[in-house]
Design a protein around this ligand. Structure first.
Ligand code: HAS
Length: 542
């Protein structure tokens, strides 16, 4: 990657890793408070810390890392950004950063303790919403740089498939833009006017629906860069090949189509939405599971093909041939393994009846610590081990590689305790998002306490892993020996098989995406507005 593009990508990664420190500390405080053995020092509120944790890790770390990563893969595979494209990227970066600082200051001042889901009826200071608006607008601007690069590549290479990683980054960017329209709408039309006192009520059901229209594709916006690493980078690291370029592209297109019209699976227990529409969105949720199953198949196929090419025998002999001593492979692999129970848990969540058992329990927190906070984050760490030295002109040393393996293992141990205990306590009814309480000596609540202690043990191990990760990051960014670190880009097993050009017919895919969204949301939305509480004004959004 050209060093000018590298600087832009690194700027994003610096913010991401600062977020890891702040958010990780807030996470440690969370588990300690919930264990019942620790109280927050004077004046700091439980929900304040919970908001810092969720916003800083769930929104800031992820968005900045993803933007930096996607800029890098596009620069590497579609060519260096032009001056104009890079300037657009820098403008986006600064808009996002200013927005992040504004929102973070409001949370730290306890003026925005509204959690990372920030929908009504919780209300924040208007500067928090303005900050979030800037983050979204900034991310669109960085996305514009990627779209401009892709368009330039397309013009220069008519009739050819774009490089796989550029294609994938483009799909994720397009999905992000369509998805963030929902959150931009609730923030600009409802939450900002309400927090400024221009209107005194707000239609809560509409606000939640617009949030979840965005909130579910948000999780795939986190996941797809991890899938980019799994599909297109890991095969190169292990010395193998991508099982199928076309299959990878198809699974990304399916994510574009099905990620958005599924937000109701977060609202299955909410009134005001007809059960038939919930059912439809549950069906679509099961459709969005398919590209993940395709991914699992493709990964197993890549690993097995590689192992057998090295002479592996028996059903699982290929496992022995994988390069376990290489943290660039092993740390993301731990993430892949975690994603198997994580995905199974997601399927439980999405099943309408079972959702009644787990909704609003700490099971859900366990679910997303396996998905985003293990599968995705460990893959991001694994990518950082080669990306950061590549961008800073340094090398991953044997010593850092060893530390990175320890880091990944500590994460696996900590998360097994923490997320395992969360799943178990959730099934016993322990609520999510609540500080410690014995609920007036209730026998039921007493059953949760051992699990809460286990969460604190796991969370403390995770915090040590975070400190270790920051140490490795700082080393790779500033102190590792100078040198050239490979940027691994995989090749297809059968390069002669060209993926059909229809995969790049964006009018078609975006058209189907919009139709699916309109189908899944139009009537329920009209219902929510028509059935607004008496006294609502205007368009009944307030
Ligand atoms: Fe989820 C709630 C359903 C995936 C994140 N989810 C959440 C929340 C977050 C989140 C943050 O239907 C909480 C939101 C809040 O604050 O309220 N989720 C699903 C489903 C999937 C799913 C069906 N979620 C994710 C991913 C996330 C994420 C990915 C982040 C990155 N989720 C739900 C539902 C709720 C929910 C409900 C609401 C619950 C409620 O009531 O509040 C699916 O996409 C999962 C599909 C995945 C698979 C696994 C494929 C496995 C692979 C690995 C292969 C491994 C290999 C290595 C090859 C089917 C690809 C193996 C080698 C060996 C040797 C073994």
């Amino acid at each position: 990657v050209d060093s000018r593009d590298g600087k832009l990508a690194m700027a994003h990664l610096y913010v991401a890793f600062i977020a890891l420190l702040v958010g990780g500390l807030a996470g440690l405080l969370q588990v300690l408070v919930r264990s019942g053995k620790f109280q927050l020092p004077a004046g700091i509120g439980y929900y304040q810390i919970l908001t810092v944790h969720g916003v800083v890790l769930g929104l800031v770390l992820t968005t900045f890392f993803i933007m930096g990563f996607q800029l890098s893969v596009v620069s590497k595979t579609a060519g260096t950004f032009t001056g104009k494209q890079r300037t657009v990227g820098w403008i986006g970066f600064w808009i996002m950063t200013i927005g992040t600082i504004a929102a973070a200051v409001m949370i730290l001042l306890n003026k925005a303790s509204v959690l990372y889901t920030f929908y009504a009826p919780l209300q924040a200071h208007f500067i928090f919403y303005l900050g979030l608006t800037l983050v979204v607008v900034g991310s669109w601007t960085v996305g514009a740089a990627i779209i401009m690069k892709y368009a330039e590549w397309r013009r220069a290479n008519p009739g050819q498939q774009s490089p796989l990683l550029t294609f994938m980054a483009l799909v994720n960017t397009l999905m992000w833009i369509v998805a963030t329209i929902g959150v931009a709408a609730t923030v600009l039309i409802q939450l900002l006017p309400w927090s400024l006192g221009w209107v005194d009520t707000v239609n809560v059901a509409v606000s939640r629906t617009l949030f979840w229209y965005f909130g579910h594709p948000l999780v795939y916006f986190w996941l797809l860069p991890a899938y980019m690493v799994w599909y297109a980078i890991i095969p190169k690291i292990i010395g193998g090949k991508i099982f199928s370029d076309s299959l990878a592209r198809m699974s990304f297109i399916l994510f574009l189509l099905f990620s958005i019209p599924v937000g109701f699976h977060h609202q299955l227990l909410e009134p005001g939405i007809d059960a038939a529409w919930k059912f439809l969105q549950v069906v679509l949720t099961f459709a969005v599971v398919i590209p993940s199953l395709m991914t699992a198949f493709s990964l197993f196929a890549s690993f097995e093909t590689f192992g057998r090419s090295k002479g592996a025998k028996g059903l699982f002999g290929w496992l022995k041939k994988l390069p376990w001593g290489d943290a660039r492979f092993t740390v993301p692999f731990i993430g892949m393994v975690a994603f198997i129970p994580a995905g199974a848990g997601g399927i439980v969540n999405a099943s309408h009846q079972m959702n009644q058992v787990i909704h609003n329990t700490i099971w859900v927190t366990g679910h997303f610590h396996l998905t985003v906070a293990t599968a995705v984050v460990l893959t991001f760490f694994g990518a950082a081990f080669w990306l950061v030295p590549h961008l800073t002109g340094r090398k991953l040393t044997k010593k850092m590689n060893k530390l990175a393996l320890i880091q990944g293992s500590l994460w696996a141990i900590g998360m097994t305790f923490m997320s395992g205990a969360m799943h178990a306590a959730g099934l016993l009814g322990a609520p999510r998002r609540s500080a410690f309480s014995d609920y007036g000596g209730s026998a039921q609540a007493a059953e949760w306490i051992p699990y809460q202690i286990a969460q604190a043990v796991g969370g403390s191990i995770l915090f040590i892993a975070i400190i270790l990760m920051l140490y490795i990051f700082i080393n790779l960014a500033f102190f590792a020996p100078k040198g050239e670190q490979e940027f691994p880009v995989g090749e297809a097993l059968h390069p002669e098989e060209k993926a059909p050009m229809v995969f790049e017919n964006w009018k078609l895919w975006l058209g189907i995406t919009v139709l699916l969204i309109l189908f899944a949301y139009t009537i329920p939305f009209i219902d929510l507005i028509q059935n607004a509480p008496p006294g609502s004004k205007g368009f009944k959004l307030w």
